[in-house]
Design a protein around this ligand. Structure first.
Ligand code: AHR
Length: 627
């Protein structure tokens, strides 16, 4: 194998390796979004979903008809003597509470018929015994807020919050929220620390949000509408989650979107991660696999405004309507939005017509914004060819290709982009994952080593073709072990802990060793993309004076490889190695056994200009050289 050190080729974009976020598998509510109370504003279709009481006689649900959306409240009244009157919330499949950690409760409430009412507040552990306790008083008939910080005396995975009336009165509750005091970057309304840190450790180049299919919705009135996800958190309209449906033989009837993690928070998260924000908007079409509902072309105005106003929200100054809202929400500086996606997995002329309406207006007003077009769900076939052909004649900058395929497809497609047309549309490989069972309904398709290895091989082709591929992201990102609809997924979690998969480590080995230019790596004059079961790509980081070589051995046999380092001198004769490997292709990490497959680091001496490596069977290795 020859690695040419002094011939940097095409540039690798800083956005090359990013993350795809969708509220699927409890990724937002019950996951990254750190709120612990499910149905905090009693806005689910069943207002008491997630809540327990001693007796339903003590509860009344009241809808404030005149006040518009989200104005429902719950009236808790003391029953006759000797009974306990309480509201209890069990969180999202339980509340994760850590011993010694503080939790902030916020209540929006009032006392009915005046007077002061005492409330007892408890955090309950796994055995429903009290692990933290405090008291609050609600005084008067006007709506007001009260806050209480509780410190957990024990750790609980299935904890609860219990609020009891101490006297004989009646109290109305509009909103009950409980957050860990510690969140990522200490943001109020922030992100769960361990999960956000795992994202930060990927050093992502971009964050694509908010999905996925939830952008489309089964029907248009349930599509993702970003304007309903900004402003006062309590006022955001809750809707049923698009993944609240039977999928992969699973059903999560309590899956709703609170939008507490809304567009402001997504932009903020991207900024906190040092990543470019990449929002995707509905293009006037509901999911083509479901109702396929379409907006008539002459009624596209709300969709066009959504796009234009979003750019203003992200980049406009405080003199603009939407820029002012962003400033009021605590971010006077612009978010510097550069990319905008129109539609998720959509295709055909119906898509192109609607794309055109939005794209024309966006480019007219904001020519600097790069537009990402959708594409069909599977990235091959005539339908896909047609879309590419058409998009080439339009103003799209990137095409969002998705592939959920079996490992062989990934191994066989390492050359996928070698022959793509140069100089035109760029590729955003926006969703991909290797599924060890092609039949995606089969839940045995998990994050095993074979899947990750095949992705590593495929990604050599993405990196080598960085002049065509500008962005790539694995999907989906997160899954709650007790509430998933889709797998495999990059990061798994329960209420307390999280575990990274071999697929995560593959992504990380690429994203934290990106380089800025591709270097040629060949075997007998040909690029190495599967010959003799070897796959390779290399890059250079000119400023850091580092060269990164990624090598995959997909064979069942170990291999000794000799790498000739041509056309340059090394500053250090020691090469750093990071190896990912397991002899069991079906092995995977779990919360209980997190380190089944984790990167192993070591060093090897370079002799002269020769680097000799022993590649284990079915292994992925990253070599780091200093020039
Ligand atoms: O990543 C899961 C789903 O796969 C996404 O919502 C959708 O875009 C794709 O079909």
């Amino acid at each position: 194998i020859d690695l040419q050190l002094n011939k940097p080729g095409v540039a690798i974009q800083p956005t090359m390796w990013g993350i795809f976020f969708e509220d699927i598998n409890f990724a937002a509510d019950g996951g990254l979004y750190a709120e612990l109370v499910k149905n905090r504003s009693f806005s689910f279709d069943d207002p008491m979903m997630g809540w327990k009481t001693f007796s339903k006689d003590s509860i009344r649900i009241i809808n404030e008809v005149a006040a518009g959306t989200q104005k429902r409240f719950v009236r808790l009244s003391a029953l006759k003597s000797g009974t306990e009157n309480f509201l209890q919330n069990d969180g999202f499949r339980g509340m994760g509470l850590h011993e010694g950690e503080e939790y902030r409760l916020i209540l929006h409430m009032r006392a009915v018929n005046g007077g002061a009412q005492k409330l007892k507040v408890e955090l309950l552990g796994d055995d429903k015994m009290t692990i933290a306790e405090g008291e609050l008083t609600v005084d008067g008939e006007d709506w007001g807020y009260a806050e209480l910080v509780l410190k957990a005396g024990a750790t609980a995975d299935k904890g609860s919050l219990k609020i009891s009336l101490e006297g004989n009165g009646t109290v109305d509750f509009k909103y009950i929220s409980l957050f860990p005091v510690k969140t990522f970057k200490d943001r109020p309304n922030g992100m769960r620390l361990d999960l956000a840190e795992k994202l930060a450790d990927l050093k992502p180049g971009f964050v694509r949000f908010p999905g996925g299919c939830i952008v489309e919705g089964h029907q248009l009135d349930l599509r993702y509408q970003w304007k309903k996800t900004v402003g006062d958190v309590e006022e955001r309209e809750v809707i049923i989650n698009r993944w609240n449906t039977e999928f992969m033989h699973r059903y999560t009837p309590d899956y709703y979107q609170s939008f507490g993690l809304g567009f402001f928070e997504y932009f903020q998260l991207a900024e906190d991660l040092g990543a470019e924000p990449l929002p995707i908007l509905n293009c006037g079409m509901a999911c083509q696999y479901n109702t396929g509902e379409l907006v008539p072309l002459d009624e596209m105005e709300p969709y066009v405004s959504d796009a234009l106003d979003l750019i203003e929200f992200a980049n406009g100054d405080s003199a603009t309507k939407w820029g002012k809202l962003r400033a009021e929400m605590g971010h006077p500086e612009p978010f510097n939005l550069k990319y905008l996606g129109i539609g998720n997995e959509q295709w055909g002329d119906q898509y192109l017509e609607r794309y055109d309406v939005i794209a024309e207006k966006v480019h007219e007003k904001y020519p600097e914004i790069q537009l990402v077009s959708g594409s069909g769900p599977s990235s091959d076939g005539d339908r896909f060819e047609h879309l590419w052909k058409e998009l080439k004649t339009r103003s799209a900058n990137l095409v969002d290709e998705h592939y959920y395929k079996d490992p062989n497809w990934f191994f066989n497609n390492a050359k996928r982009y070698d022959n793509y047309e140069r100089g035109g549309l760029k590729v955003f490989a926006g969703e991909y994952a290797s599924h060890t069972r092609v039949e995606s309904k089969d839940p045995t398709s998990n994050n095993n080593w074979l899947a990750a290895l095949s992705e590593a091989a495929f990604m050599t082709g993405l990196e080598r073709n960085a002049d065509v591929v500008s962005m790539a992201s694995y999907a989906p990102l997160f899954a709650h072990v007790d509430a998933w609809q889709w797998r495999p997924d990059l990061i798994w979690f329960d209420n307390l802990n999280s575990v990274t998969t071999p697929n995560y480590y593959v992504q990380q080995m690429y994203s934290t060793h990106r380089g800025d230019h591709v270097l040629p790596v060949v075997s007998e004059g040909d690029i190495l993309a599967g010959q003799d079961s070897l796959y390779a790509s290399a890059s250079v980081d000119k400023a850091a004076k580092k060269v990164y070589l990624k090598l995959v051995n997909s064979s069942v046999a170990a291999k000794s490889v000799k790498i000739n380092l041509k056309g340059g001198k090394l500053a250090s004769k020691e090469a750093g190695l990071t190896e990912l490997y397991d002899s069991d292709l079906m092995a995977y990490n779990t919360l209980a056994k997190q380190d089944v497959i984790v990167p192993q680091t070591s060093t090897v001496a370079v002799k002269g200009n020769l680097l000799s490596l022993e590649l284990k069977p079915k292994s992925f290795i990253l070599v780091e050289l200093t020039t």
